[in-house]
Design a protein around this ligand. Structure first.
Ligand code: ZN
Ligand code: ZN
Ligand code: ZN
Length: 305
């Protein structure tokens, strides 16, 4: 990609291609817009294409070097963005293993209402999700999964710790073989892999603690909603590229909503190569390139010039 400061418009060059300019209709005068976004010159256009082509393994460089630029059609688009920052709160019952921590239950007071709970708000327009324990909502109960035992019988071996040998199916020797089964050394049984031979498993719900701390959890979601609009143009450059393009900031207003207006330069470059005319686009203040068709294109893994 093109690096360094934007190149100022070329002046007084003898045979520069035809420039057409279409200013943004809603913002200021044409002169004000032109001063903010420098004109793309033939040299800049060629350099942008060359650096784009060399970033793609399957695009030949010869066409980009030999092309004859016929026409540069520059338009300055406006991109308007409205961002709305909102906070939503929900509450839900949840639990965690009880590890003898102090219990903040109803005996310590009444739980505050959801919107009365004060929390640290993240910086504006920065999305986030956080969970909090609602004060005075906790209570301790025995684990419902293991019925307060902390462990339960292994379902793989029904508590025995051993299972029938999968190789000989418990027969101690393999069918049609006189040798004893090597996998179980002739015992017909193998250690249970589900419980590693222990016969029981630690309860995953209470992590073996036997009790659970139940409490109301407050879930807060901060969300940024974006409305975006790019001013009308008749050029054939995809809208999703213009939505991401780097622009020149023209206006910014920030409170609970953020509004920005940016200028996005878009140049349609018509060029001639080996008897045919092709088109590519240069968009954004960092001169990104969009190529719809290119004379020397190969699939990946083929000839690279
Ligand atoms: Zn087992
Ligand atoms: Zn066996
Ligand atoms: Zn349990």
């Amino acid at each position: 990609m093109h690096a360094g400061p934007p190149v100022p418009p070329a002046r007084g060059a003898g045979d520069i291609p035809v420039h057409e300019r279409h200013p943004c209709p809603t913002v200021g005068s044409q002169a004000a817009v032109e001063n903010r976004v420098p004109m793309v010159t033939e040299e800049v256009a060629r350099e942008a294409l060359l650096s784009f082509v060399s970033s793609k393994c399957c695009y030949g460089r010869a066409a980009a070097g030999d092309l004859v630029i016929q026409k540069l059609k520059q338009q300055t688009l406006c991109r308007y963005r409205l961002e709305t920052f909102t906070e939503s709160r929900i509450s839900e019952w949840t639990f965690q293993p009880f590890t003898n921590q102090s219990v903040d239950g109803p005996q310590r007071g009444t739980s505050p209402r959801l919107w009365d709970i004060r929390v640290q708000v993240p910086p504006m327009f920065q999305e986030d999700m956080r969970k909090f324990q609602v004060p005075h909502s906790s209570l301790v109960k025995g684990c419902h999964k293991c019925r307060g035992r902390g462990r339960y019988k292994c379902s793989g071996c029904h508590g025995a710790g051993m299972v029938r040998c999968p190789s000989c199916s418990g027969a101690k020797r393999k069918a049609k073989q006189s040798r004893r089964c090597q996998m179980c050394s002739g015992s017909g049984r193998r250690r249970c892999s589900t419980c590693s031979g222990r016969g029981n498993k630690t309860c995953a719900t209470c992590k073996g603690e036997k009790k659970l701390l139940h409490f109301i959890q407050l879930v807060i979601v901060w969300k940024n909603s974006l409305f975006e609009f790019v001013s009308e143009h008749r050029l054939n450059c995809p809208g999703e590229l213009l939505a991401k393009a780097k622009g020149e900031s023209l206006f910014k207003d920030e409170s609970t909503m953020r509004q920005t207006i940016e200028l996005i330069p878009l140049t349609e470059v018509h060029y001639w190569y080996q008897g045919r005319t092709y088109v590519y686009y240069i968009y954004g203040t960092d001169h990104r390139v969009y190529v719809a068709d290119y004379p020397e294109q190969y699939c990946c893994g083929c000839t690279i010039i």
